[in-house]
Design a protein. Structure first.
Length: 418
């Protein structure tokens, strides 16, 4: 096994582009071998293009030595000429679901910092063994084909593009690369804590060199096959959505009669429901094969009536989120974002039109099921504005620019590092 080469890294990263001229790349750095190697390779790649790398070091505060380790990682990056920021998390406590809670908090901190600095690309150091572990864990949990594709090499979020250029690289090659450059790293003891599922799976992949390599290759092959199936499903879903669905800016859709690919219906429900994840395949498949009035994933399917011959898909009113402060780029219900509007007056809230829809029939011929789910601005109990209806007048509504904040239908990533 040999160190990873700069040419190999460049080829892997460039497949995940495009990149602007002289890009600034954010790299999540734990101080471990994988993220340190990623920071070094990314810095070499970007410097010849006139850009720079920013290391983002997250201290979870879960071990007494974590702050010192974060500081050491920052010092090692500085020695390589790489700027680094330290992000300290607060409020994490040992207990059930700690790994998931820590992961959620870590991603929120990383993405939030990228947003604050206007950094589009966030690089993560997941490698081939991480991918194999993910696939094996999802197999054990009974995941469907989409989950068995593992982690995406490229994932588009609202403000950040997550890139994983090492997904096909064995971690031993990264350690050889660091040794060749004389760069040290930190070993996190929690990576070997057999009380966690991932550590147990990792131990299974780290048996004899031959058996471990064979198990890793099999898992990666399954991920590649599942990723190809997912890609094909998403292509079919996109075609079906374009052919059979009219998605409206008010946050509803009209479906033409006839069956849909399950992936298409799942993506549509996720979008209209503003959900982080699509509904379970078991619930989607029967409804996709024979669309009919139903409620799924916080979305109602009902007869379209005067809007068409098929079904109306609209947010379920009872499942909508409560109002939130109308400040900054506030996102309400996972569906609408208050974007670049003038600062709202104190006490103004962003929430649903709700029962006030009964008094807005003169403003629109939209069905009542849609009207009550529209985003609106409230001051105490007074309806201030409904931008999608131009209520009370267009000049007021132009002050508040509401844009969809939901996931894009059938929006996938690049799977298996391709």
């Amino acid at each position: 096994m040999s160190p990873l080469t700069a040419a190999e890294f460049a080829a892997s990263l460039q497949r995940l582009g495009p990149f602007e001229p002289a890009p600034t790349l954010a790299v999540a750095v734990s101080g471990g071998a994988d993220s340190m190697a990623l920071a070094l390779f990314a810095a070499d790649w970007v410097r010849v293009r006139g850009g720079q790398v920013v290391g983002l070091i997250v201290d979870h505060g879960l071990r007494p030595e974590s702050a010192a380790e974060a500081g050491l990682a920052r010092t090692r990056l500085a020695r390589q000429g790489i700027e680094a920021e330290l992000l300290t998390l607060h409020g994490l406590a040992p207990g059930p679901g700690l790994a998931a809670r820590a992961r959620t908090a870590r991603y929120a901190a990383l993405i939030g910092r990228c947003r604050a600095r206007g950094l589009v690309h966030l690089l993560l150091g997941h490698h081939a063994r991480d991918q194999a572990e993910t696939v094996l864990m999802r197999e054990a949990a009974g995941s469907a084909a989409a989950g068995l594709a593992g982690m995406a090499a490229r994932r588009e979020l609202d403000f950040v593009r997550i890139l994983r250029p090492f997904l096909l690289v064995h971690p031993d090659r990264l350690r050889l690369s660091l040794r060749a450059r004389g760069v040290a790293w930190i070993e996190d003891p929690s990576n070997h804590d057999l009380r966690t599922t991932r550590a147990r799976v990792r131990a299974g992949l780290s048996g004899s060199a031959q058996d471990g390599a064979a198990a890793l290759d099999r898992a990666l092959a399954r991920a590649a096959d599942a990723g190809e199936r997912r890609r094909e499903d998403e292509i079919a879903a996109i075609a079906a959505l374009a052919r059979q669905v009219r998605l409206h800016p008010e946050g509803f859709a009209v479906l033409a009669p006839g069956p849909l690919p399950p992936a298409a219906l799942a993506a549509l429900v996720q979008t209209i429901g503003g959900a982080a994840y699509p509904p379970s395949p078991g619930r989607v498949a029967p409804l996709a094969a024979a669309p009919r009035p139903a409620t799924l994933g916080g979305v109602r399917l009902l007869a379209a009536g005067r809007l068409g011959a098929g079904l109306l898909a609209v947010r379920e009113a009872a499942a909508m989120a409560p109002p939130i402060n109308a400040a900054g780029d506030a996102c309400w219900d996972g569906r609408f974002r208050l974007w670049h509007g003038a600062p709202a007056a104190p006490g103004v809230r962003l929430g649903a039109v709700g029962p006030a829809a009964a008094g807005l029939r003169h403003c629109s011929d939209l069905p009542a099921a849609v009207l009550q789910t529209l985003p609106a601005l409230w001051h105490q109990s007074r309806l201030v504005a409904v931008p999608h209806l131009g209520y009370p007048d267009p000049s007021v509504c132009r002050t508040f620019a509401l844009v969809p904040a939901c996931p894009r239908p059938a929006g996938g990533g690049v799977w298996g590092g391709a």
